[in-house]
Design a protein around this ligand. Structure first.
Ligand SMILES: *Cc1c(COP(=O)(O)O)cnc(C)c1O
Length: 394
């Protein structure tokens, strides 16, 4: 998955270039000291193009990209916004922090939003739907977009974990009304921290841009200090060094994503030999996962525990599943639901039983860009050995 594997001379040179051009670290203005260098602006243009969209607004994080999109849509108190029970906590925080009510669906075997449950959870208060493409796997966008369109509700994509994933020939993040990406240090493209909100809708983009900069319209008719404003905003500005690093990483994406996909294919082909013992995560028809990780289910939680115990003892690592669900499964967020009247006081762990069951039975093997064939084959052999040790499987 991670861009941190790629951090090297190119990123260092990109940072030096900012200083060589005069050291303007702020994305706006300071024309007298920047020698025409606008790294954040360039990153916005190139990243949007990479995803096949017209407009990108760089912000401080994936979380603030989600939040800015909600705010620019006018999400607020009295609204409901739907997302899924398996996601990073940020998706829900970004709804809650607008004053709206997060409403959470089950995931299905794609480990993403279950369209049938989405349909059940729509009310006349539903203002938006946040699909999350978890761990590099596309959600069932056909069904979800159809539901959104039928109800006139915008579908938004949390694409923080899915740069490089595709659906129906388009990149994930280019399917809904707007999308949010993260460049934190665990993501496939990293700038250390940072995020981007993307959309094809120009007037929506102008709202995002203003919201991310205290309402500034960046009006060329005025100096910054006299800039015009039509809406309130906040400070979510990305700095030039992040833009420079992001650009350096973006250039590495085609090779990195190609390597991830081929490493994933090699591991998957080897595990196909034991496909009667495991069930692979479902990828919707027309979907291609990014190769972030390879995920499979065991028949029961006990089987999964036996396998992960053995794998851990042999030094095999996991990605989120099963270990790190505390921050990725809604049933464990007492600290959030205690403050949300819609869920307050219920038995949170039992609110999303299908999701809980799937997560308990899942194993996610992280795919690294720099894995060697020997390392991949070694992991596959350890997985097969652990499966063969399950009671009644030899
Ligand atoms: C990482 C992540 C975020 C938040 O991104 P940050 O840049 O860390 O704020 C949001 N949603 C998902 C699904 C993520 O994995």
């Amino acid at each position: 998955m991670p861009g941190f594997e790629l951090i090297g001379e190119e990123e260092r040179a990109a940072v030096n270039e900012v200083f060589d051009n005069g050291g303007a670290l702020f994305r706006y203005g300071f024309d007298f000291m920047r020698n025409g260098s606008f790294k954040v602006v360039e990153f916005e243009k190139d990243f949007a193009k990479h995803v096949g969209l017209n407009h990108g607004q760089a912000v401080t994080s994936g979380t603030t990209a989600l939040w800015a999109i909600n705010r620019a849509l006018g999400v607020g108190p009295g609204d409901e916004v739907i997302t899924q029970a398996f996601t990073f906590v940020a998706t829900v925080e970004a709804i809650k922090e607008t004053g709206a009510t997060p409403v959470v669906t089950e995931v299905d075997k794609s480990l993403n939003m279950d369209p049938a449950d989405l349909e059940r959870k729509i009310t006349d208060k539903t203002k938006a739907i946040w699909v999350v493409h978890m761990l590099g796997g596309p959600a069932r966008m056909n069904e979800i977009l159809e539901i959104g369109n039928r109800h006139g509700i915008p579908v938004l994509e949390d694409t923080a974990e899915a740069i490089g994933a595709k659906y129906a020939g388009k990149p994930c993040g280019a399917l809904g009304f707007a999308s949010a990406f993260s460049f934190d240090f665990g993501k496939t493209l990293t700038a250390g921290e940072g995020g981007m909100a993307l959309t094809n809708d120009e007037s929506f983009y102008l709202k995002l841009r203003a919201y991310a900069d205290h309402g500034h319209e960046d009006n060329p008719e005025f100096p910054r200090g006299e800039d015009s404003a039509t809406m309130n905003g906040f400070n979510l500005r990305m700095m030039e060094l992040q833009g420079a690093i992001g650009l350096a990483q973006l250039k590495k994406m085609p090779d990195a994503l190609g390597q991830l996909a081929s490493n994933r294919d090699r591991l998957r082909a080897s595990l196909e030999e034991v496909s009667e013992l495991i069930e692979f995560r479902e990828t919707p028809e027309n979907g291609i996962d990014s190769g972030d990780s390879l995920i499979f289910y065991l028949p029961t939680r006990e089987d999964r525990e036996a396998v992960t115990n053995e794998l851990a003892s042999k030094g095999v690592g996991f990605k989120l599943l099963p270990g790190a669900v505390k921050w990725h499964f809604a049933g464990q967020w007492d600290h959030i639901w205690d403050e949300v009247p819609h869920y307050q006081g219920q038995n949170y762990l039992e609110l999303w039983p299908n999701t809980y069951n799937l997560l308990q039975r899942s194993i996610a093997i992280p795919i690294m860009i720099k894995m060697t064939d020997e390392q991949i084959d070694g992991i596959a052999e350890k997985i097969k050995a652990a499966l063969s040790h399950l009671p009644g499987r030899n």
